[in-house]
Design a binder for this molecule. Sequence first.
Ligand code: B12
Ligand code: SF4
Length: 500
Amino acid sequence: MPAQNKVVLFYPPYAGPPLGAPLALLSLAGPLVQAGFQVRFTDGYLTPDFERAILRETEGALCLGISILTGPMIGSAIRVARAVKALRPEVPIVFGGWHPTLAVDQTLREPFIDAVVRGQGELTFLELVQRIVQGESWHGIRGLSFKDNGKIQHEAERPVANINDLPAPTYGMVDHGIYASVSGTRQLAYTSSVGCPYQCNYCTDQVFYKRRFNAYRAERVVSDLADLVPRYDIEEVPMFDSNFLVDRKRAVAIAHGILDSGVKFRWDFQASTDFVAKMTDDEVALLAESGVWHIGFGTESASQEVLNLMNKRFQTIDQMVETARKTDRAGIHSVFNIILGYPGETEADRQKTFRIMSDLAREYPDLSFSPNIFTPYPGLPIWPQLKELGVREPQSLQEWETFALGVNVLPWLQGEELRRLRRSLEYFLLNNQIRKATRKIPWLRRNVRRAVGAPVRWRIRKNRYSFPWELWATRAVEKLVTHRSLLTGRALSERTQEVC
Ligand code: B12
Ligand code: SF4
């Protein structure tokens, strides 16, 4: 074991509820711990004073590793890295994860960052830490970009590793109970595969994993989960795979294995609808029986023209319908993601999407939607086209902090066009709220919803959104209910808080 052997890792706080311990850091720690290094990690979500904690931890450390996604995590990462560089200039600061991988030069341009690990981190980071211990040059470490006397140096690509050959994440390093106390559920994030064979134009999976789907065998997944779930008293396993159903036989074998193991827990994943459409009803039912309660689908649009523009020819509208039917039948809650404002999408395409999705929702009541305006993330293959269309690409690490979440940067979606989109989206969401209202809700809201339901559906069908009295009425009632709840202290029903 090396004499100086401490590696410090930081996961900055992000927007949204926690999904269990950050798997990125547990995965990086696997090979380091196996090689005898001591890994200390700080999760910004759990440690409000993370800056001070990291300044303390980095004393005598070999290096500080920071993981970031595009968006709010960047701000805290910059703050911590700056502070550590100022206090301990001898400690190398290494950034890794999706954002630094997709925007390497911009990230490395920051004076307080010494290196960026591109792509999968386990092997590259281990090699870097070993070189630091030995006081050796960083040249030749595949997958690494670093500053060599101030000049940015990119070493060759490291091929995507077969995940079966990597040490397992160190799940035992964290207290899963602490995460449960924040999120309310004992969750353990797990990855059973990486990569997706498709090449959707708005997705960077192809850049990161080079379209190479590589996965644990079903037996490995089952034995891991049968061990981890009871060991850490886990209730729910979110699978972080890019597209879990790529190997359908494997997925079915996993479901069988979980059932046979007798270990009970809920699990969920993301997939594309073409794979569910190819499964039988019994196979989808088997997924549900094994604990699958939720699946997220990147459906994005119900206009085949827009799907083609997105390079999603592999998905048809019929497959979406089949997916909604099969998951509904199996009792699985599906969420269809929708991208609005994709370059080339017309208002007619958008209306078609709202219409078809609303019809689906009517037929399959447990279906939900997550609509978002198109956000171009770093590294997208269509950036040249976007720039031609007038989208300004952020020029620094800092600029990406505010870019990612909910900001509309599309020049073709402004003014009246944007106003109409927002209005039709509000109606789409309202229609879904009405649909989801159950018999249990208070009579006032139920009656208002009944009264506005029919005209709302008519508006969506006809694309008529002027004089939106239903929106005004609903907002007034929501206000009244919220006000009453504030006065009486009575909890709002879950349905009131649900967006879609
Ligand atoms: C889980 C997840 C989240 C979680 C993460 C929290 C958690 N508890 O883990 C949450 C919900 C916060 C999240 C949010 C978002 N996400 Co997300 N998310 C994922 C998902 C599904 C899995 C990531 C994961 O943990 N994988 C497992 C681990 C082991 O892999 P990894 O994180 O990639 O880590 C490896 C390498 O990246 C590297 N590495 C990572 N960190 C570091 C650090 C160092 C020092 C080193 C050396 C190496 C290294 O080594 C690790 C091991 O190989 C991916 C999709 C995917 N297939 O990966 C999308 C993904 C990363 N998310 C994405 C997006 C777009 C977002 C959002 C912007 C979406 C939005 N509009 O809200 C937000 C941004 C949040 C924010 N900044 O506040 C995009 C890309 C984002 C980007 N450009 O950064 C992805 C790829 C989805 C996609 N296909 O488009 N996400
Ligand atoms: S199917 Fe999903 S993961 Fe695969 S390329 Fe398309 S958006 Fe990305």
